[in-house]
Design a protein around this ligand. Structure first.
Ligand code: ATP
Ligand code: MG
Length: 237
């Protein structure tokens, strides 16, 4: 049977029932600071816990900063990096300091070639891929280039059975690009600020999905020390 995977966040995993088949594509979208990177860290932790190889593409922060975030949520990356179970791609720093580096203003074609190379190096293993954030990678590019890249890349990753998670910062990607690309994903998690100015809250919902099996209840969450996103309340209906 094909392997299926989870986020590593219990209230969310309950919604996705039997898990997401490898080859599924997940979009995490939300405003800046809402907790996308924290959720991605939990997704990686979950993956490493179930023996996956994980690739983390850093576009918004250096790999060093992401390593610190992982540590903050109870995952010490070094032993996994030493055994090639966790691989960082640095698409943030101006100068290469990591094994894999992408200069942000190079064509997307070049990025795709790099992603392919990293994936090839881990071929044959169950793989999770996180791009944090894809919106940064797409920023300022021609919409035709974006569309072609996006479609082609997701097709490849599906064929390779990779559990792919793309983070999208809502303010960065324009509406048209978002609408065009969102239907390419199997799972879309929207994270947002809710509540009132006196009592600010965060909430998410797990939307869409090709299977139609998911519901989209609003889940309030908090970001807890050493754990990350924790669902605190579920409002049904
Ligand atoms: N230990 C903690 N306890 C409480 N809140 C925390 C903790 N660590 C981080 N946070 C919260 O998490 C938020 C950062 O979340 P995160 O970096 O995942 O956001 P993001 O959605 O990735 O933002 P961006 O789009 O800017 O990258 C901070 O605003 C902070 O409020
Ligand atoms: Mg982030």
């Amino acid at each position: 049977m094909q392997k299926s995977g989870y986020f590593g966040i219990s209230g969310v995993d309950k919604i996705i029932g039997e898990g997401m088949a490898y080859g599924s594509q997940i979009m995490i979208r939300g405003d800046s600071g809402v907790g996308k990177t924290v959720l991605a860290a939990q997704f990686i932790k979950e993956g490493l816990g179930c023996k996956d190889t994980c690739i983390y593409v850093c576009c918004d922060e250096s790999p060093h900063a992401v390593r610190q975030t992982l540590k903050q949520y109870g995952l010490h990356p070094l032993p996994f990096e030493e055994t090639d179970r966790l691989v960082f791609v640095d698409a943030y720093s101006l100068e290469p300091t990591e094994k894999y580096h992408f200069a942000g203003d190079d064509p997307l074609e070049k990025y795709l070639a790099l992603e392919n190379r990293v994936i090839k190096a881990a071929a044959g293993k169950p793989l999770r891929l996180v791009v944090d954030s894809l919106s940064t990678l797409l920023l300022g590019r021609d919409s035709q280039e974006i569309l072609e890249f996006h479609r082609y890349r997701l097709k490849l990753r599906k064929k390779e059975d990779i559990l792919t998670m793309d983070l999208i910062v809502d303010e960065v990607i324009d509406d048209t690009a978002f609408k065009v690309s969102s239907h390419l994903y199997d799972v879309i998690v929207k994270m947002y600020y809710a509540g009132s100015p006196e009592r600010p809250m965060r909430a998410l919902h797990v939307g869409k999905l090709k299977s139609g099996k998911f519901d989209s209840s609003q889940l309030f969450y908090t970001i807890a020390d050493k754990i990350g996103v924790v669902i605190i309340q579920e409002l049904w209906g």
